[in-house]
Design a protein around this ligand. Structure first.
Ligand code: PRP
Ligand code: ADE
Length: 107
């Protein structure tokens, strides 16, 4: 919906096994255990500018993994945007770009 409002493209990052066709993958650490994120191999044009958008940032591991996937596919992360940031976990420190969060709550 955000991408539509901005008239921008949209490329989903999903957990392993949910996207069709060829994918790029990255594993990442979560608060409890590990997981794998995927993006479709042709999702980005070379050098394309990308905003990573998620509902929530806690440790920052998920968003950092999404950023790594974008880079793996030849994109450039301009910024990271969240609806909620859990303060105190310092998740933003894991991210290599500007971080914007609409709401802040204590972790
Ligand atoms: O900053 P982090 O510590 O990585 O946590 C943030 C992630 O946690 C939640 O997803 P979750 O992994 O719980 O899976 P879900 O998308 O199935 O809710 C949330 O949607 C974020 O993607
Ligand atoms: N600490 C946390 N609280 C709420 N939702 C979460 N999703 C991932 N980590 C979380």
């Amino acid at each position: 919906m955000v991408a539509q409002k901005l008239n921008a493209g949209f490329a989903p990052v999903r957990k392993l096994g949910k996207l069709p066709g060829l994918t790029a993958q990255v594993s990442y650490a979560k608060e409890y255990g590990e997981d794998i994120f995927e993006m479709q191999s042709g999702a980005l044009k070379p050098g394309q500018t990308v905003v990573v958008l998620d509902d929530l940032i806690a440790t920052g591991g998920s968003a950092a993994a999404a950023g790594q996937l974008v880079q793996k596919l030849g994109g450039r992360v301009a910024e990271y945007v969240f609806m909620v940031e859990l303060d105190g976990l310092d998740g933003y420190k894991s991210l290599d770009g500007p971080v914007y969060s609409v709401f802040h709550f204590p972790a």
